[in-house]
Design a protein around this ligand. Structure first.
Ligand SMILES: CC(C)(COP(=O)(O)OP(=O)(O)OC[C@H]1O[C@@H](n2cnc3c(N)ncnc32)[C@H](O)[C@@H]1OP(=O)(O)O)[C@@H](O)C(=O)NCCC(=O)NCCS
Length: 219
């Protein structure tokens, strides 16, 4: 199934929350993604299956009903609302398979979450989201990317290692729920020639493997 990435809209909150709960069931309190969308430091993207749709009833608030919200802010910021030459697909109708978010602070992007629906893992979606985070953060002039990951989360760590993140330290007892330690991982400057060479290679390999033609983020 072909996949694409776009910015998260208000109408996606229900699906994103569902994915978050499945991926991080012990996180308490759960993240309020509706509020996160109002956070000017935060940037969220979703991966959608092309062609798949969810029922209208699952959509909480549509972009059209939120003229002063994220949709209009995003449109102002990027000054267009077209996607691959077509109108922006209606918010909340696509089937979301994963999402990622980061905050930009002091010129650095801090990944706050990245998660893929369990049944869609190991099919390149996590990688697609990470590629998009790197692209978007770089576009927004955040040239270093950092995150915390559980010491036991070897799946996520190997995704980050693959993309050139290295271990920058440990935060002891970082997770309140069970006091597990976090590994701090970060990139070098994402605009540096070595990072970009490696990144472009990985993107090409991902594109060949999963048949993704465009890595552009739809607004
Ligand atoms: C981490 C996560 C987002 C990866 O998503 P995914 O769609 O399964 O990942 P992909 O299929 O794109 O895999 C890309 C790379 O990630 C690594 N990876 C993913 N799952 C892995 C696993 N189970 N074991 C080892 N490596 C794994 C590999 O390096 C893989 O590259 P490869 O295919 O060349 O081996 C997903 O496992 C997830 O949602 N986990 C729960 C939430 C979470 O822990 N998020 C991270 C918080 S810091």
């Amino acid at each position: 199934m072909a996949c694409y990435v776009r910015l998260m809209h208000r109408g996606d909150v229900a699906q994103v929350t569902e994915i978050d709960r499945e991926a991080f069931p012990t996180l308490s309190p759960p993240v309020n993604y509706g509020r996160e969308l109002e956070n000017r430091l935060a940037h969220y993207i979703v991966a959608c299956d092309e062609g798949e749709r969810v029922e209208e009833s699952e959509v909480e608030v549509s972009l059209e009903k939120d003229p002063q919200g994220l949709g209009s802010r995003v449109r102002r910021l990027f000054s267009y609302n077209r996607f691959f030459g077509q109108e922006l697909p209606k918010s909340g109708k696509q089937y979301i398979t994963g999402f990622a978010g980061f905050w930009i602070m002091a010129g650095e992007a801090h990944i706050t979450s990245i998660a893929v629906r369990e049944f869609r893992r190991r099919q390149g979606v996590g990688e697609l989201l990470l590629i998009s985070v790197i692209n978007l953060a770089t576009e927004l002039n955040a040239h270093f990317i950092t995150l915390e990951v559980r010491v036991s989360n070897t799946a996520a760590q190997s995704l980050y290692y693959k993309y050139g993140f290295t271990q920058a330290g440990l935060r002891h007892n970082y997770y309140i729920e069970d006091r597990e330690d976090a590994v701090i991982m970060s990139t070098e400057n994402t605009t540096s020639a070595p990072f970009q060479a490696h990144f472009q290679q990985l993107k090409q390999a991902h594109s060949r493997k999963w048949g993704i033609a465009l890595y552009q983020i739809a607004r």
